[in-house]
Design a protein around this ligand. Structure first.
Ligand code: PXG
Length: 441
């Protein structure tokens, strides 16, 4: 069907849209009707360059043939199989291929359907792991200010985004937070990892002393914080966190929902920073956004600790109806094939310097108070309009969309994270358009 023939709804009422200004959107809808490679087509027939890989997920680009084919074949062959006490071949094949990509010693994979579910799964695993080992007093979870770990109760409890927490009551008990690492005064306009702030990891020691280490189960951080507006860890910070966790027996969870699957030019951020956590949470790039799926990877000791007791008993009372869903597993296999064929999990490393230079060329544009970058992630922080925070960045988002570019804003920060197939010419187009937008807001 030609895009122009795709039917348009004439009533937008019933769909209560997620994380959206519903009334603003419905009075002026931005509707996508098709997509291929780096571009969407809108309902009014315009091409939009995807500067954000959808919501940080379409790492392989849109409508890639191997993924489309894998999904079409699978849905016709085996649409669903029960996830508990039953199996199907692709879920096992996929798990084996995935653990070949994860850091050494992380050879087990638990399936979920989203980043939020991966986070809940990881937090529950951490607490249960200590308990099965006879350390049931380790129940506390430590997150970080400005952290984003999805929207379920565990995730918003360890998360540190105030707007996502304040409406929802008292959340989980037994949670504490480290300070965030954002420091414009010392680190503005840094290329890559900032020089200053590794000492902020020592706050974990203070928290450990306050609660006593024997009460703490796990520490969860995004290696690079995404949703809050791209906060890159100071040099040495993550290594220091790892050391403190080792010293006290805390599990270290890297939430790699955004950084997993090539975003930094390595398969995982754990590879980029050469720090191996105990648990990695993923989703998004696992299927390039095509079918909802997440996966949690754990170190062998964590899995093995559960494999005790009578063999006929369930070892971990957790899972989802759609854990390892056949169509999702097929989409993930097609995605891994595409990543492999095109070298996409490391392509970001080849493009990173070009991306960095291009982004930083905007440093002297109006309202720009910081530019930061790592791998194929970039952020441009703007001076907020006095008394109207977020307004300047949101108007940049609307202007960019009018020009044919999808960018993402959070607060007064523009975040960019294109599909890993982006060309240098498309980087020029995207950054050029953002530059023009900045001059016009
Ligand atoms: N952890 C991290 C680190 C994330 O970035 C989640 C968990 C939750 O994933 P699900 O699949 O449940 O949404 C995320 C999601 C943005 C943006 O624009 C970021 C996310 C989702 C939507 C928008 O920054 N991150």
């Amino acid at each position: 069907m030609p895009d122009s023939a795709i039917p348009q709804p004439n009533d937008l009422r019933a769909f209560w849209m997620p994380f959206t200004a519903n009334r603003q959107f419905k009075s002026n809808p931005r509707m996508m009707v098709s997509a291929r490679d780096m571009h969407y087509t809108t309902a009014d027939g315009r091409q939009i360059l995807d500067g954000t890989a959808g919501l940080w997920c379409v790492n392989a680009g849109h409508a890639r043939p191997k993924i489309v084919q894998a999904v079409q074949d699978q849905v016709a062959q085996l649409d669903y199989a029960p996830a508990f006490q039953m199996g199907h071949p692709k879920a096992f094949e996929l798990a084996n291929r995935l653990v070949d990509l994860t850091p050494d010693g992380m050879n087990y994979c638990f399936y979920t359907n989203s980043g939020s579910e991966s986070v809940e799964t990881a937090l529950k695993m951490a607490i249960a792991y200590h308990r099965v080992r006879g350390e049931g007093s380790r129940t506390r979870l430590i997150g970080r200010e400005r952290g984003y770990h999805g929207v379920n109760f565990g995730g918003i409890s360890v998360g540190g985004i105030v707007a996502n927490r304040k409406m929802f009551g008292t959340l989980l008990s037994g949670v504490d937070h480290m300070p965030h690492t954002h420091d414009l005064a010392r680190n503005a306009f840094t290329r890559g990892e900032p020089e200053h702030g590794a000492e902020l990891a020592d706050e974990l020691e203070r928290i450990a002393t306050l609660h006593d280490p024997s009460t703490i189960a796990a520490v969860i951080v995004e290696p690079v914080a995404g949703s809050t507006g791209v906060l890159i860890p100071p040099k040495g910070y993550l290594k220091r966190l790892r050391e403190i966790c080792d010293k006290h027996g805390f599990l270290l969870i890297f939430d790699e929902v955004i950084t997993g699957f090539g975003r930094l030019g390595t398969p995982f951020a754990a590879d980029y920073f050469d720090v191996t956590p105990d648990i990695i949470t993923t989703a998004k790039g696992l299927t390039s956004g095509v079918i909802p799926m997440g996966a949690v990877f754990v170190r062998d000791e964590i899995h093995d600790a559960f494999m005790n007791g009578p063999e006929e008993l369930i070892e971990f009372f957790h899972g989802y109806t759609y854990s390892g869903n056949p169509v999702a597993a097929a989409a993930a296999l097609g995605t891994l094939d595409t990543y492999e064929d095109e070298g996409l999990l490391t392509r970001g490393a080849d493009l990173a310097q070009y991306w960095e230079d291009s982004l930083h060329s905007l440093a002297d544009h109006p309202y720009v108070i910081d530019i930061r970058n790592i791998g194929l992630i970039g952020a441009i922080e703007l001076q907020p309009i006095e008394g109207a925070p977020t307004k300047r960045a949101f108007s940049a988002f609307l202007k960019a969309f009018e020009k044919g570019f999808l960018i993402r804003t959070t607060g007064d920060i523009i975040a960019l994270s294109p599909p890993l197939i982006i060309t240098k010419q498309q980087i020029d187009e995207l950054i050029g358009a953002v530059g023009e937008v900045l001059k016009s807001i």
